[in-house]
Design a protein around this ligand. Structure first.
Ligand SMILES: Cc1ncc(COP(=O)(O)O)c(C=O)c1O
Length: 421
């Protein structure tokens, strides 16, 4: 039996309607921005494998560091024990994120990083005997698939089957010049109930690569801070260079109380999530009273191999050449966006750093279920490019090592798709 047949017999794939989906493509190896299937066909990974792979596949330096760690220590329970890679990673990360972040809590993925952040905020108030239990979030947000993360995400097709079970959240519009004052007064009206405000800084990823201005987010954050509403910056997607800066929060003057990371953290090598917080949040859990403990932990918390992958990824991330690559991709995207923006099939283009999104004209509203999605997906696969449109929103989000030739090839195939599809 072929690998695909064995897979189809027993495996249930994520975000996949198994009845109608095309069979999965068996990938046997990766190199740089390329993935290779069983038959040797190559695919440019233009979505960085769900936005995680920032330095290219099977990076030899990361592989070497992971192998070295595997030969020393593969895992140890993280309650009551510690190890060098976890401490070093926390030390180094805290040096490059907003300087009010003081403590690091490890978990397994982006959703768990968000769960931990929400729990930190809710229990921060609980531990002080103050009843603030509501959470503020943006409409159309996406923070993950576990129940807490779903609850603070916009209600959508993703959450529909569970909506009645999700805790109530106050959703507000993305801020702009026109609505900023009314958003501030909405927050002031709710302030005595609000525990925290969670947001994806600058770009709502899964919601359709929706981009908004740092200036108005900054104003909202400052207003929340003045009203004692804790701030959670979910940088699971935007972190590690995606937006052109090392972290999206570098575009803001107000500092968040809590930050969530995953995806690019290990360069796409190992599953890992991480939540950081200020000393103030951490201190609210310190007590002789054991009930004030943060009762949260996963079996693989701070896995040493994942930490060493993250450390190796950070070594590469901090090299000047990586920032130059990010700028190179941003410049190439900008040039291409300018070239196609007036094409009759393009409704709008938008770009933040290495993220370029193009909304296609379909004659109907923008939707995740637009049938154009499947045609575009297949068209690019046939051309040896992995692009996964969100409905009629096509986006490019490559590993930073992608070559100019590979980028040009993607752009040229998008131009032919604009004519042929
Ligand atoms: C902003 C944001 N937060 C959280 C998550 C959830 O991360 P994970 O898929 O690793 O659970 C995602 C995933 O796309 C995300 O984009």
């Amino acid at each position: 039996m072929s690998l695909v047949d064995r897979d189809l017999k027993i495996i249930w794939h994520p975000y996949t309607q198994m009845k109608t989906a095309q069979p999965p493509i068996p990938i046997v190896r990766g190199e740089g921005a390329l993935l290779f299937d069983e038959n040797g066909k190559s695919y440019i990974d233009a979505v960085s494998s769900w936005w995680v792979n920032i330095h290219g596949h099977a990076h030899p330096y990361i592989a070497q560091k992971v192998a070295e760690q595997l030969n020393k220590l593969e895992h140890v329970i993280f309650a009551g024990f510690t190890h060098e890679p976890a401490v070093e990673l926390a030390e180094r990360l805290l040096k490059i994120i907003p300087n009010n972040q003081a403590k690091v809590f490890y978990s397994d993925n982006g959703s768990t990083a968000v769960e931990v952040a929400i729990k930190m905020c809710l229990q921060y108030w609980h531990n002080q005997g103050i009843r603030r239990t509501k959470i503020l979030a943006f409409k159309n947000a996406y923070h993950g698939d576990t129940f807490g993360a779903m609850a603070v995400s916009g209600r959508s097709a993703f959450t529909a089957a569970f909506d009645s079970l999700l805790f109530e959240v106050e959703f507000i519009d993305l801020p702009d010049a026109a609505n900023i004052q009314s958003l501030k007064s909405q927050i002031s009206d709710l302030k005595s109930d609000l525990a925290c405000f969670i947001f994806e800084p600058l770009v709502q990823g899964a919601g359709g690569m929706i981009m908004y201005e740092a200036e108005y987010l900054d104003q909202l954050m400052a207003h929340c801070q003045a009203e004692d509403v804790l701030l959670i910056a979910d940088e699971v997607f935007t972190g590690f260079g995606r937006t052109g800066k090392r972290f999206a929060c570098e575009c803001l003057t107000t500092q968040p109380d809590i930050m969530c990371f995953s995806k690019g953290l290990t360069g796409g090598t190992m599953a890992m999530g991480l939540t950081t917080c200020t000393q103030k949040i951490y201190d609210s859990f310190l007590s002789e009273d054991k009930l004030k403990t943060l009762f949260h932990g996963h079996s693989y918390t701070a896995n040493p191999v994942a930490c060493s992958a993250a450390l190796a990824s950070m070594d590469i991330f901090m090299q000047e050449s990586t920032l130059q690559n990010i700028q190179r991709i941003a410049d190439a995207h900008a040039k291409f966006a300018l070239k196609i923006k007036d094409h009759p099939r393009i409704r709008t283009t938008r770009q933040t750093g290495t993220i370029l999104a193009m909304e296609w004209e379909t004659g109907s509203d923008t939707s995740y279920f637009n049938s154009l999605r499947d045609r575009l997906y297949q068209y690019f696969l046939d051309a040896g490019i992995i692009l996964r449109p969100l409905g009629n929103i096509l986006y490019i989000l490559p590993p930073y090592c992608i070559t100019d030739g590979q980028l040009d090839y993607i752009y040229s195939k998008i131009e032919t798709a604009l004519e042929e599809i």
